[in-house]
Design a binder for this molecule. Structure first.
Ligand code: NCD
Length: 323
């Protein structure tokens, strides 16, 4: 497989957020991802689109899905993939992010994937890297590949994104998933609603073209897609909810609340799920409605597509420093 030449019109050095993408960019990524889904379902999944390229994964926050997904994506595409364990690296000795960036850049990585607890950290790093930087989540700011894989999952199930009613529910305040999805789904023409407790609603979020509801039944009325968010306690200083039991009663998705949505509404969750807090097991495991594991599957394909498109803008293989 070699589709690099076909993709030269993707004009970005980095993938830092959905904000910088056009609807054409998004469609291009999703179309290419479809091809990777097919390849990933074959026995022979490996190919050489990224052969000779070096991929570094740098995660300052815990991750199961996103990190494994990027690592698998890189390995299946033939890249030399290196996983930096932050807990055992010099970063723990007090090195600044910029020094880390310059050190890694000196080793000429072609692709660098980073997750960081602070909003803007990945952007900062990208100024010191000559290769392509991909944001795997920065604080409560953006998580572009998650939004892209969510969009792909929706498009495959509903055949479109435009004009769908998509309700994002839960801890919007601390969620980069909510922010990136809101930007992307609006860009592709969906009606995006947010449902969140008043204490977990960022002020001014309506200016992004969404409507905020403080009641699940109202926000879910006639929804085509329901996207549940994890209650992100690790990002909270102090308590934003009285108790998790009460949270589930008012904001947790269960069969009763689900009845307000369309009969064929899809249920999504980026993972990791807190069962019994934001989602009831009965709906999370309902194979007729829940697409949570498909999101994971399509995540690998989306990351492959993003890396192929970004690599197509890098200097040709073997052409660095005249080597
Ligand atoms: C999300 C994240 O890290 O932002 N998870 C993920 O990437 N699959 C959501 C979360 O942690 O709740």
């Amino acid at each position: 497989m070699n589709s690099i030449e076909e993709n030269l019109s993707f004009k970005h050095q980095h993938l830092l957020g959905i904000k910088e993408l056009s609807d054409k960019d998004v469609s291009k990524i999703l179309d290419l991802s479809e091809r990777y889904i097919e390849i990933n379902r074959e026995q022979q999944k490996k190919h050489d689109v990224l052969r000779g390229r070096t991929l570094i994964l740098l995660f300052f926050e815990n991750s199961t899905r996103t990190r494994t997904s990027f690592e698998l994506a890189g390995k299946r595409m033939g890249a030399d993939t290196i996983n930096i364990s932050v807990s055992s690296s010099a970063i723990k000795k007090g090195e600044t992010l910029i020094d880390t960036a310059m050190t890694l850049n000196a080793m000429h990585p072609d692709l660098l994937v980073m997750r960081h607890p602070n909003a803007g950290a990945v952007n900062l790093l990208s100024h010191h890297i000559q290769g392509a930087v991909l944001n795997a989540g920065d604080g409560a700011h953006e998580h572009p590949t998650q939004a892209l894989l969510d969009a792909l999952t929706i498009r495959r199930h509903k055949g479109k994104i435009k004009d769908l009613i998509i309700t994002i529910c839960g801890d919007v305040m601390h969620s980069r998933v909510a922010r990136s999805n809101l930007l992307l789904l609006k860009l592709m023409g969906a009606e995006v609603r947010l449902v969140s407790p008043p204490t977990l609603t960022p002020t001014g979020i309506e200016t992004l073209g969404t409507k905020v509801y403080h009641n699940m039944e109202d926000g879910l009325k006639d929804a085509d897609v329901i996207m549940m968010l994890r209650l992100q306690s690790e990002r909270m200083q102090g308590s934003f909810v009285p108790s998790t039991r009460e949270y589930f009663r008012f904001w947790g998705l269960d069969a009763n609340k689900l009845a307000s949505a369309k009969d064929d509404a899809m249920i999504m969750h980026p993972g990791p799920m807190n069962r019994g807090i934001e989602i009831d097991s009965e709906v999370a495991d309902d194979i007729t409605r829940s697409v949570i594991l498909e999101q994971v599957e399509f995540g690998v394909a989306v990351r492959q597509a993003c890396m192929e498109l970004l690599a197509s803008n890098l200097p040709p293989k073997g052409d660095k420093n005249g080597i």
